[in-house]
Design a protein around this ligand. Structure first.
Ligand code: G3P
Length: 201
């Protein structure tokens, strides 16, 4: 019905707010799309050396999905309407109309979606992301590992078939948004965090 259409549009618009771009621009760091990987997400904001701005980007990109979910569920009194808004927030983040559909990779927004819509999924995703990141120091590898295991874990924990299906689609999209990272991972050229650049000596 009309509620789902409004929620999809509203969720998309909320999700398409590029916080990483705004925050770094406001801090006088220039255009984040010309730094590091060129991505507008928290990982790339961290490459500017500003942990505080990276954290702010992570939280805002996560909470915009949460706001979409909780907000539209409350407005229409229907949990499923909220879920649609959350999924469209993820799509809006990855494909924002304002940036000619060139947005982020959807990891923080996915995390926020899980936190507010499937806490079981979040409890699977967060430790996996953290463990892989701290072992490998590679953000994309952590995201791809978590994205792979979340639908599996949600299924094992007895989430509904519909929920598991949605997670499969979202995780597949995360692989798609990370296709350049995937190439670099496979060729061993994906940059790590906290690694000193080799001296040319
Ligand atoms: O959250 C995005 C992350 O998984 C990869 O970011 O900047 O290394 O491409 P980046």
């Amino acid at each position: 019905g009309i509620a789902f259409i409004i929620a999809a549009l509203g969720g998309y618009l909320l999700g398409s707010i590029p916080f990483g771009l705004f925050i770094t621009r406001a801090a006088g760091l220039g255009d984040i799309r010309e730094i590091g990987s060129g991505n507008i997400g928290a990982t790339n904001v961290l490459r500017t050396g500003r942990k505080d701005l990276a954290l702010a980007t992570l939280l805002l990109d996560s909470f915009k999905a949460g706001l979409a979910i909780v907000g539209f569920a409350l407005v229409f009194g229907d949990r499923n309407v909220g879920l649609i808004a959350g999924v469209f927030a993820f799509i809006g983040h990855c494909y924002p109309i304002w940036l000619r559909f060139k947005g982020g990779k959807g990891v923080a927004t996915y995390a926020g979606l899980l936190l507010f819509a499937s806490w079981k999924g979040f409890l699977i995703a967060a430790p996996i992301w953290l463990a892989v990141f701290f072992l490998s120091r590679i953000s994309s590898l952590a995201a791809l590992t978590a994205a792979t295991l979340v639908p599996v874990g949600a299924w094992l924990l007895g989430e509904t078939q519909f929920a598991v299906g949605v997670l499969v689609v979202l995780s597949a999209l995360v692989f798609w948004t990370h296709r350049a990272n995937l190439k670099r991972l496979l060729s061993g050229t994906e940059p790590k965090f906290g690694q000193k650049k080799k001296d040319t000596a």
